[in-house]
Design a binder for this molecule. Structure first.
Ligand code: ADP
Length: 200
């Protein structure tokens, strides 16, 4: 609900189209969803490097970074996860309005949460990428040692162990990181994304 004494100036701000022209790119959100350890951050960083080489300006928004800053007061309950995604989506929108391509690395474990993100960001800007690796693979990787802790009951609401992960129903891309190299995963994403972000 909008506060009565707030007067947004959306119309007076330089429009997204002019900024996209300035940057010679079309702003989109690459939304990477998947289990912890599935490869969202690894892939996000590698995608950013490739895009930068090709002249695209991007911004990575990553779960752990966001949770240590703007969202450091949020836990992992269903309600807090929803608020986490709502704030992230609003921040994403600011980047998009600036013509910047965002790479969002968030577990975002269910349709409801991803749908909220799509509604805020705009479905036309949203490229849903399922970073897909089995729970077994992610647990074997255990990059941050979190699965071990979750199995010991030291972390509550841990996705895949004590909290569900609903795979997206119709993602634009599914990257099987359990089978592909990082390089081939990046290639798969870029083959789809490049035509969409090119300025024509
Ligand atoms: P997340 O951000 O989803 O929690 P991370 O990127 O932190 O996951 O960890 C993923 C791990 O999987 C890394 O150690 C990475 O090297 C490894 N990995 C193996 N194959 C791939 C791939 N194709 N894409 C991304 N990561 C991969």
């Amino acid at each position: 609900m909008r506060e009565k004494n707030i007067h947004p100036v959306f119309e007076q701000v330089v429009q997204k189209e002019r900024k996209e022209k300035f940057l010679q790119q079309k702003a989109h959100t690459l939304w990477l969803t998947g289990l912890s350890g599935s490869g969202k951050t690894t892939l996000g960083i590698a995608i950013e490097q490739e895009l930068l080489k090709k002249g695209f300006l991007t911004q990575i928004l990553d779960g752990d970074n966001i949770r240590s800053g703007i969202n450091n007061n949020l836990k992992f309950t269903r309600k807090a996860r929803t608020e986490n995604i709502r704030r992230i989506s609003e921040v994403t929108k600011l980047f998009l309005d600036c013509g910047i391509i965002t790479i969002n690395c968030f577990i975002s474990p269910n349709e409801k949460i991803r749908s909220l993100a799509k509604d805020i960001i705009g479905r036309e800007n949203f490229i849903e990428i399922h970073v897909n690796a089995s729970l077994e693979t992610c647990e074997k990787r255990d990059v941050k040692g979190l699965y071990k802790k979750a199995r010991l009951g030291l972390i509550s609401n841990f996705t895949g162990i004590s909290s569900p992960f609903e795979p997206p129903k119709n993602p634009e891309i599914t990257v099987n990181t359990g089978e592909l190299t990082v390089e081939n995963s990046v290639k798969q994403v870029l083959d789809y994304v490049l035509p969409k972000i090119k300025y024509i």
